[in-house]
Design a protein around this ligand. Structure first.
Ligand SMILES: N[C@@H](CCC(=O)N[C@@H](CS)C(=O)NCC(=O)O)C(=O)O
Length: 207
């Protein structure tokens, strides 16, 4: 399996899943700072020009959440997705929650502070996005009271995706005051097979 990745991006979710599964893979760095994700050879792999991408044999798969689910399903014995239908539904619920309610405000902040050309940024959306994140973060905060993992009694992909997303939130000081979320995220990144956190990944591309 080949993983097209760039250290400080959503590709962390996929690297983390592969590492938890203990599956060997070939990492391929696509240097986004050098615009490699917009080159024709990469656009042939992912016409959206985005990372991560997993290639498994003749299958090319994009979308970080779809990739982590595919990997967890491919190795069911590792338990990163539960077999039970109702437990599985809870895992799916939190994956969707992370990718929509938590991630989208963070994406809006990133776009309107750094990614869009300056003249297209809407500074007024940033406080709204911060407010949106905080109210949805409060839902996870309440959910995590008395829990070690997001869904069930063991680690699942419903931890790996939100933990990365919470680290992203932490990078923009959005976890301040949440008593559950920061320790939970740090616990997850203390796992033996965890990938580097976003700050370390950012440092690695500056080095
Ligand atoms: N929904 C996609 C989002 C992928 C995405 O936006 N990746 C960013 C890096 S974190 C990217 O490649 N951005 C390049 C661009 O938007 O031009 C996923 O979860 O895989």
């Amino acid at each position: 399996m080949r993983l097209y990745e760039f250290a400080p991006t959503r590709s962390i979710r996929v690297r983390w899943t592969l590492q938890e599964l203990g599956v060997p893979f070939e990492p391929v760095t696509v240097n986004m700072l050098a615009g490699e994700h917009r080159r024709p050879e990469f656009l042939e792999i992912n016409p959206a020009g985005k990372l991560p991408v997993l290639v498994d044999g003749d299958m090319v798969l994009t979308e970080s959440v779809a990739i982590v689910l595919y990997l967890a399903d491919k190795y069911p014995d590792k338990g990163l997705v539960p077999a039970d239908l109702k437990q599985r539904a809870q895992v799916n619920r939190w994956l969707c929650f992370a990718a929509t309610e938590l991630e989208q405000p963070l994406w809006r902040i990133a776009r309107h502070t750094a990614l869009y050309p300056e003249h297209q940024r809407l500074p007024g959306d940033v406080p709204l996005a911060r407010q949106d994140f905080r109210s949805m973060g409060a839902v996870v905060e309440t959910h995590m009271q008395g829990r070690e993992f997001v869904a069930g009694n063991g680690v699942t992909v419903a931890d790996l995706v939100p933990a990365y997303t919470l680290d992203w939130a932490n990078e923009v000081q959005l976890l301040d005051g949440f008593s559950q979320l920061l320790p939970y995220m740090e616990r997850m990144y203390a796992r033996q097979n965890a990938p580097p956190r976003i700050a370390a990944a950012l440092d690695s591309i500056k080095a």
